[in-house]
Design a protein around this ligand. Sequence first.
Ligand SMILES: [Zn+2]
Length: 423
Amino acid sequence: MRTLRIGMSGTDVMEIQAMLKKLGFYNAAPDGIFGPQTQRAVIEFQRRYGLTPDGIIGVNTYNAMRRYLLGYDTYTIVCGDTLYAIANRYGTAPDLILTANPGIFPNSLRVAQRIIVPYGFDVVDTNIDYTYEIMERDIEGLKARYPFLEVGISGASALGRNLYYIRIGTGANQVFYNGAHHSLEWITVPVLMKFIEEFSRSYAQGQSLGGYDTQDIWNYSSIYIVPMVNPDGIELVLNGLQPNNPNYQELIRWNNGSTDFSTNWQSNNRGVDLNHNYNAGWEQSKEAEAALGITGPGPTRYSGLAPESEPEVQAMVEFTRSHNFRLVLAYHSQGEVIFWNFQNLAPPEALRIGNMLSGVSGYRLEELTGIAAYAGYKDWFIKEYRRPGYTIEVGLGVNPLPISQFDGIYADNLPILLLSSVV
Ligand SMILES: [Zn+2]
């Protein structure tokens, strides 16, 4: 954590603005620029929590902010505490505390017991640039609030970042959703993270979500989600090339001499396009890339030296092989379209289900041709298992899509995410 002060900018500033906004200290849309309004909000925060009101976020202020970034605090019960009084003090609801602490009972709180107290606001922010670090913190925050979630690691990126998975439900019907094979398409990460949060809340409270009974889904299905397949690429897009990157010089060369990765970089940290690295029509993908003049690592469409050469792809292949997925969704962002089929290997029901997904979202159902038709995750899944697999392309416009599209995209895709878990 670097010290933040007026004049600085970055995704870390943006995350803190979003948190100050949730607490009521900051009113504007988070823009990642530490200006006078952000400084005033920080000073107000510092006054409220007994810190030196200097408007600078150093270690002490950051430590005070951290629990709000995580969305919960830990609290030690003292004599005379009641659940209602604790909830009141934190401005939260007693049932949120009960969900986060399955062992406690409202009428028999034990003195000196440490409990988790979730705040009354949502964990997943959908108005900011969604980095790996933010996702990691949100996963920690969601797991604390909703301990029934299974959180694990499906592998590691080329630079060693975790490829987290979250499992919702305990049923036998296994489905798999993944996001952001392509780094410019990071908006798909908060779509999946928001879904995890809304589903968990709905399940904990025994409510329905989008017309579905989440208790039923929980018992019938296991929804496995890897929200971010390409964290190293997203780091390049959102935080830029860092001086300690082991591929620093190569990345600049692969990026045609530019140090700006924010508008064109779809690949991982080795310059390989992960959605052209699967073992399904990989040779055709190589031919197509040659026709496009691509001869080596670069921002997009380079398939690698061999199929499954990339650690992120190896992790997704192994994760898939170690489960029994009935259906998969691979999330991308371009065109409000659902791609199905691969070389006519999809089963007949894949078209029927594809039409249903199209119907609930308003997205077109299409079959791909050309370079994008080869060596992607859904291609490999269909080739390998002959089961329904889809690429969901959310949103319209130039990647990276602005986060202002989030609400519309989420509304379109919530029905897809729910229906795919039971269809
Ligand atoms: Zn894509």
